[in-house]
Every structure is written in structure tokens, then in C-alpha cells.
Design a protein around this ligand. Structure first.
Ligand SMILES: C[S@@+](CC[C@H](N)C(=O)[O-])C[C@H]1O[C@@H](n2cnc3c(N)ncnc32)[C@H](O)[C@@H]1O
Length: 250
């Protein structure tokens, strides 16, 4: 179901060449930083039990509940991709204190802001990883994850590099495999161009669409009512930009 606008005047072509998966992106190793900043140091020191660098994070694959959170295999474990400063992460941690939550961030400062914010809010079962979202499958095994949140990811419209967009058929395929049946994936973005492109990618996956809209705030729905406005989303909404939203179900 679509919320407000018709798509008839907007044609988005799937990107030629995306059938073939790009090589895995590599990120630099924290231990090789010539001058680690305070956030990189905090990740491997003060927060090392709950903030995992690119080398320690994959060691948790398949054992997040048992090894990191010390909870049973039935406990819910959600993932947020690109947490930014962690406003939604901390909100989720507080609202669902019994659910485990793992955040992915590539930059040190937002990574530490995220885990700090959650802890300050009383969150217990929370962890963050410095990791590239395209390599998510190196962090979680099949059937290990419940719900997944992707909020306002970098849209790659300037420069226009759709290949770098995280909501693409390959990453969605990976996430689908790691999710437990009945779980959801929530994606929202200020970028209409990205969203329309992503809809074509989503069609190539086994996900079911529960709800989608080009204007989350344009009508009174439970999705609007239950929505938490993220840091970036707030900025865009204040500029009058419509928020594109989709909820997918495995
Ligand atoms: C536009 S911000 C959105 C932050 C937050 N979700 C929000 O809505 O306020 C995108 C975030 O994703 C992070 N990011 C970008 N590319 C990433 C990648 N490949 N893997 C993990 N995080 C990434 C950025 O560092 C940034 O914090």
C-alpha cells in the first residue's frame, strides 16, 4: 500500500551491473591508526566489552546472545545499521530493555556517542561494532537476528553512486537470511531518489511489504504514530522534506 503520492511520473531504472556483487569493502584497522582519537581509544579500552572494533566484532558471529549478552537463544536481538549519534538506538534500548540491540557504525565518534547514550539511558543489552554495513554477514549467522533498522543511510546521490547504497538486493538478501521468520526490516530515508531505487531492489528479494509510503507524516497511520524521529530525520522534517518509509517482513 502506498501512502500519498503516485509513482507514475517517476521512473527509476535498476542499475546495470548490480547483478554482480561488488568485492567486499575493506576498512582500515584501528590498531594501525598512527594517531587514534579519543573515541577510537575509548572503543578498545573503556567500552571494549560492548564496543567491538573491526577485528573483534566478527568473533561474535553466531554467539552474540550467549557470549556477549549472556542471555538464552530465545531472547530477541535487533540490529541498527548506521546509528549516527545514537538517538534511535538509545530510544530502542530504553523502550525495549529486554531486547538485545547491536549497532553498526563506521565512524568512531558516533559509535561511542551511540553506546554512551544508550548506557546513560539505562540500557543493558546493548553493543556497537565499528564495521562496514556491506559486510554485515560477517557479524551475524543465519537466523541470529530479529528486527533490523536502517534509518536515513547515506543516499549516494551526490556523487551518484547507487552501488554504494546499503539497501540493495545483495545486502537485503544477507539480512533476510540472518533474520528469524516473522521479523521486520524498517527503512526510511529523506531521499526520494534512493527510496524509489531501493523499491526496485526490494522487489528482487523474498521480503513481504507490510506498509510503504512516500510521506510518513502525510497521513495518520500507526507507522506515523509509532515513529521515533532520528537525529537526521528531524533535520529533514524541519526543512519540509517528506520521509519515505517501508516496513518489510520476513
Ligand atoms: C546520514 S547518517 C544517519 C544516522 C542515523 N541513522 C539518523 O537517522 O540520524 C548515516 C550514518 O551511517 C554511517 N555509515 C555510513 N556508511 C556506513 C557503512 N558503510 N557502514 C556503517 N555505517 C555507515 C555514517 O557514519 C553515519 O553516522
Amino acid at each position: 500500500m502506498f501512502g500519498c503520492k503516485s509513482l507514475t511520473n517517476l521512473v527509476i531504472k535498476p542499475e546495470i551491473g548490480l547483478e554482480v556483487r561488488s568485492p567486499r569493502p575493506q576498512i582500515n584497522l584501528t590498531r594501525e591508526l598512527p594517531k587514534p582519537n579519543a573515541y577510537a581509544i575509548a572503543m578498545d579500552d573503556e567500552y571494549k566489552e560492548i564496543a567491538f572494533n573491526e577485528e573483534r566484532a566478527p568473533l561474535n558471529k553466531g554467539v552474540w546472545r550467549e557470549k556477549v549478552f549472556n542471555v538464552s537463544s530465545e531472547r530477541a536481538l535487533d540490529v541498527e545499521v548506521g546509528t549516527g549519534a545514537g538517538h534511535h538506538f538509545a530510544y530502542h534500548a530504553k523502550k525495549y530493555p529486554e531486547r538485545c540491540l547491536v549497532g553498526l557504525e563506521i565512524k568512531y565518534k558516533p559509535l561511542i556517542q551511540t553506546i554512551r547514550r544508550a548506557q546513560n539511558g539505562g540500557g543493558v543489552y546493548n553493543a556497537v561494532c565499528r564495521y562496514h554495513a556491506f559486510n554485515l554477514d560477517q557479524l551475524f549467522g543465519d537466523n541470529e537476528v530479529n528486527n533490523v533498522y536502517i534509518h536515513c543511510p547515506d543516499p549516494w546521490v551526490t556523487p551518484r553512486k547507487p552501488r554504494n547504497r546499503v539497501v540493495n538486493r545483495h545486502i537485503l538478501g544477507d539480512i533476510y537470511k540472518m533474520q528469524r521468520p516473522g521479523s521486520f526490516l524498517e527503512f526510511k530515508t529523506d531521499s526520494r531518489e534512493y527510496f524509489l531505487w531501493a523499491l526496485e531492489e526490494i522487489k528482487l528479494t523474498p521480503y513481504q511489504v507490510e506498509f510503504q509510503t512516500l510521506h510518513l507524516y502525510g497521513e495518520e497511520t500507526i507507522y506515523k504514530k509509532n515513529n521515533f524521529q532520528t537525529g537526521f530525520e528531524k533535520i529533514f522534517v524541519n526543512q519540509g522534506i517528506e520521509i519515505n518509509y517501508i516496513k518489510l517482513i520476513k
